[in-house]
Design a protein around this ligand. Structure first.
Ligand SMILES: [Zn+2]
Length: 212
C-alpha cells in the first residue's frame, strides 16, 4: 500500500474534524500532497466513522486513480485545481462546518474581530458561487484567496469552507479556527455591531504573536 504514513495522518485528521463536528458522515473531504504528482484523498460515499486507512485513495494531479478500491471524493476536481495552481499547498480541507456555512449561504465574509479571525491571516472571504464537484469551484476559491490580502482559506458560496495548509495539522487548525471565528461573529451580531480590528491593530497583533 502506497504512502502508509500519509494515510495514517489523513485518517487521524478526518476523525478529529468529525469529532469537532466540522464534517459529518461523508460531507466534506480532505487531501494531502505526498509527492510531486500524487495526492492522498478521502473516498466518496464512505462514512468517516467506518473509514480505514485502506479506504483512502491515491490520485494524480489530474484526479486519475493511482491506488485505491474506492472512487476518490466527488470534490477531487476542486482539490486537484488547488494543488496544480498553488504550489506551496501541501494539504486541503473542505468542511461543511455549520456557522461558517451559514455565512457562506448569505454571502457574508467574516471580518477580523478577535484573534480567532486571524485564522486565514485576514478577513475570511466568500468565493463566487460554483457548482460543487467541479474544477470551477477550485478556481473560485483560488480567486477569493488571492485577496488582497492573500489568505489561506475561504467560504464557498452556498456550500462550505475550503482551507489550504502547509501540512495536515495546519489545515486542521485553520478549519477549526474559521468555524470559531464564524461562531464568535454570529454571536456578536446577536448582541450588537462588533468592532472590526483595523489593519494597524492586526499588524500589531501579528508582530507580537510572531515574536513569541
Ligand atoms: Zn462539500
Amino acid at each position: 500500500m502506497l504512502y502508509e504514513d500519509a494515510r495514517k495522518a489523513l485518517l487521524k485528521c478526518v476523525l478529529r474534524l468529525c469529532q469537532k463536528g466540522l464534517v459529518q458522515f461523508n460531507s466534506g473531504n480532505i487531501s494531502v500532497r505526498v509527492s510531486e504528482e500524487h495526492l492522498v484523498i478521502t473516498p466518496t460515499g464512505i462514512s468517516y466513522d467506518e473509514m480505514s486507512e485502506e479506504d483512502l485513495v491515491v490520485i494524480d494531479l489530474n484526479g486519475s486513480l493511482v491506488e485505491g478500491k474506492h472512487k476518490p471524493s466527488s470534490e477531487t476536481p476542486m482539490h486537484a485545481t488547488i494543488y496544480k495552481n498553488i504550489h506551496d499547498v501541501k494539504a486541503v480541507a473542505h468542511t461543511h462546518s455549520p456557522y461558517a456555512l451559514a455565512f457562506a449561504t448569505v454571502g457574508k465574509s467574516i471580518p477580523v474581530i478577535s484573534t480567532e479571525g486571524l485564522a486565514v491571516r485576514g478577513p475570511i472571504p466568500v468565493a463566487d458561487y460554483a457548482c460543487p464537484g467541479t474544477a470551477a469551484q477550485g478556481w473560485a476559491a483560488i480567486k477569493a484567496m488571492k485577496g488582497p490580502p492573500p489568505v489561506m482559506g475561504t467560504l464557498l458560496k452556498n456550500h462550505g469552507v475550503l482551507v489550504t495548509g502547509g501540512n495536515l495539522s495546519h489545515a486542521y487548525s485553520i478549519a477549526c479556527r474559521i468555524e470559531m471565528a464564524a461562531k464568535v461573529f454570529f454571536l456578536a451580531l446577536q448582541i450588537g455591531e462588533p468592532d472590526i480590528l483595523t489593519d494597524d491593530q492586526i499588524k500589531e497583533i501579528r508582530s507580537v504573536y510572531l515574536r513569541k
